[in-house]
Design a protein around this ligand. Sequence first.
Ligand SMILES: NC(=O)c1ccc[n+]([C@@H]2O[C@H](COP(=O)([O-])OP(=O)(O)OC[C@H]3O[C@@H](n4cnc5c(N)ncnc54)[C@H](OP(=O)(O)O)[C@@H]3O)[C@@H](O)[C@H]2O)c1
Length: 287
Amino acid sequence: MNKVAIVTGSTSGIGKACVELLLKAGVDVIGLGRSDEKINQMIASFSAIGNAKLTMVKGDLSTNHDVLESANALIEVIKSSYEGKLDILFHVAGRVSSGYHENEDGNEVTFATNHLSVFALTHYLYPFMLSSNDPRILVVSSRSHYRASINYKNLQNKSFYNILKAYKRSKLYNVFFVKAFASKMKHIPIYAIDPGLVNTQIGMKGTNKLAQYFWQKHAARGTDAYYPSGFMLDIALKPEYKDLSGHYFLEGRVVKSNPITYRLDHIEHVWNESLKYAKINQYFTHK
Ligand SMILES: NC(=O)c1ccc[n+]([C@@H]2O[C@H](COP(=O)([O-])OP(=O)(O)OC[C@H]3O[C@@H](n4cnc5c(N)ncnc54)[C@H](OP(=O)(O)O)[C@@H]3O)[C@@H](O)[C@H]2O)c1
């Protein structure tokens, strides 16, 4: 049986390139997407690559309820087609937003989508990874996390919201999450990924004209989406990465993340607050 990977954010940019490279490497993929049109395009484009199978699942990641529904739909496929075993989890979905928006849980939407969904989806899916003999989780963070700070009184940027500050902090929390998960769950290696600057459409969605103008100019200097995806595949599949859990990777190499991501008090604080915001009582339920 082929290995099987879940990829969130699978319908465009880096996630879509990861899907293609995983299928070409003979890994079955369960892609999560939020648009019927893009899901159908994915099936039309990638269903016939080699002997690996693509299954697309519809789901959104912006509220606690949506994440749970997405997890349940993904788990259904894991159980029905893969005997309840998941090998690889790629957290790629992400967004930026010019404006401040709160979801139905009262969480700011960039925080909820970029960080809380990673936190909660991993909680729902990791028990299925315990049956894999080589499980790995990749979380796409960003170089922008180096310029982020932490403020315990304003974790979600509810005061003084700013597009870049909200994005950078969400990507900082990705790194805190990777370090926390790695220290709490030794059986499943987890990695924070810095994809570099990549020429995708991320800055053209949920943003105003000014932000779009700057993103287009900035992104034009970026790589194509296959570049970081190639390194991500190495980290997901090659044996030499197995023992490097909890680290931050640039171009397939371990590099130092923001110095504050090594502070155990911050790591624990973000973990404990995330439990509350995601409404999860006990994170590790398999014990
Ligand atoms: N591009 C860069 O330079 C760069 C740099 C550092 C980090 N990153 C990170 O890389 C990841 C991928 O971004 P990208 O640049 O490839 O941009 P992208 O093409 O816009 O990909 C983002 C993906 O996330 C999905 N998504 C957004 N909101 C969602 C939601 N609420 N529920 C479910 N899926 C949702 C999008 O779905 P649709 O296809 O339906 O839009 C899309 O597939 C993100 O985490 C981003 O923060 C990117």
